[in-house]
Design a binder for this molecule. Structure first.
Ligand code: GLV
Length: 385
């Protein structure tokens, strides 16, 4: 044998039970885990496609849309950004992207790779855009697509979306859906997606999306083929039975992830959108109060700009943020996250998402954070002696 069976695979699988209080993924509820422990089925078996149809109904509810082109891509949220860009843009098209954190920049990178001319409106991390700023950008650049993120997980910033609807609009709700209102049809959003692993508390790897009729027409009247077969909505839409035509084999969906997402959507629907929003906002407020008692400073001072799911907290002087994060993980198997993109090294990020957004978890988070901060402070002092 050129390569022998590796010794590491002779040991039993090890997966610790961690509490994921970072910006996602969140822990899956037992019902989702149980659903995923069921036997795999074929990707075109009637039972699988029946569950896929149930998922489509659930997705229409979470996005508040009647769009027929509503489905999942079999990949993490990043693939949904790619799908928006590669389906709605052709080489030479102008796309306007609102950038106030890592996701706008990443979307710009992707759009450029599909040959689009990328224009940006930018504001600082922790800030969001006013309608005026957006309108000015739209008038200046006259884009075929405007892309904006509702919940910037790198900074913890919330972007209101009401009142847009001038050109084709793509919206990222990965980190926000379930904690703030999302009304795709009412707000005239043309392409939307969310993360399965955030407030829905399903595993990552299957990403809900929806496209409006306007977006669908755009896709069907393209002059050039979509560059990525795997993400081409014309063919993927046929697999998900979005156009009323017989299903075709497009790819082998993970039946296991389909079961998990189906149960996660069922749990979300049982609670209801409004209750979910209330629960997330209640937990976030309780967290803000607790952080204030600990003397911590929130990165986003203006409460109206805070995303309930991701709270960014300034790293105090005289400690190393990594000591805090590592202590919590080593001592408690507890995830607190550091910053990302423009907030790297500047903030801690605490997530309150889906199954994990409970009052008890907020109490526990504050306890672990306080102890971890004390540990990091004492370590910093010793290192300076
Ligand atoms: C991922 O979404 C992150 O914000 O870390």
């Amino acid at each position: 044998m050129l390569v022998e069976p590796p010794k590491c695979l002779r040991k039993p699988l090890f997966v610790p039970n961690k509490l994921l209080m970072g910006p996602g993924p969140s822990n899956c509820p037992p019902r989702v885990l149980q659903a995923m422990s069921q036997q795999t089925l074929g990707h075109l078996h009637t039972e699988t496609t029946y569950i896929m149809d149930e998922i489509k109904e659930g997705i229409k509810y979470i996005f508040q849309t009647r769009n027929t082109l509503t489905l999942c891509v079999s990949a993490a949220g990043h693939a949904a950004i790619e799908a928006v860009m590669c389906n709605l843009l052709e080489p030479g098209d102008v796309v306007l992207i609102a950038v106030n954190g890592i996701w706008g920049d990443r979307a710009s990178d992707m759009a450029e790779r599909y040959g689009a001319i990328v224009r940006q409106i930018r504001t600082g991390p922790g800030n969001n855009f006013t309608l005026n700023q957006i309108e000015e950008g739209l008038i200046k650049y006259n884009p075929v697509l405007f892309f904006i993120v509702q919940g910037e997980s790198s900074t913890g910033c919330y972007q209101p979306l009401e009142g847009l609807g001038i050109c084709v609009i793509g919206v990222d709700t990965v980190a926000s859906l379930g904690s703030v209102p999302v009304k795709m049809d009412e707000w005239s959003i043309d392409a939307i997606y969310t993360g399965s692993q955030k407030c829905l508390s399903a595993p990552p790897g299957i990403t809900p999306m929806s496209f409006s009729k306007k977006a669908e027409n755009k896709i069907f009247t393209r002059k050039t083929p979509v560059k990525v077969y795997y993400l081409d909505m014309k063919v993927l839409g046929d697999y998900w039975y979005c156009f009323g035509k017989p299903r075709i084999y497009h790819h082998t969906v993970s039946a296991t992830l389909v079961y998990g997402l189906r149960e996660a959507l069922a749990i979300f629907c049982e609670e209801g959108i409004d209750n979910s929003i209330r629960r997330h906002q209640m937990c976030a407020n309780k967290l803000y109060e607790g952080l204030d008692r600990l003397g911590m400073q929130l990165f986003i001072r203006d409460a109206s700009k805070r995303l309930p799911t991701v709270t960014t907290i300034e790293v105090p002087d005289f400690l190393n943020w990594k000591d805090v994060v590592e202590y919590a993980m080593k001592t408690y198997y507890f995830e607190i996250s550091g910053g990302l993109g423009p907030t790297t090294g500047k903030v801690f990020r605490i997530g309150l998402m889906g199954y994990n957004a409970t009052s008890d978890n907020v109490d526990y988070t504050l306890k672990v954070l306080e102890e971890s901060l004390n540990h990091a402070r004492s370590k910093f002092k010793v290192s300076k002696l």
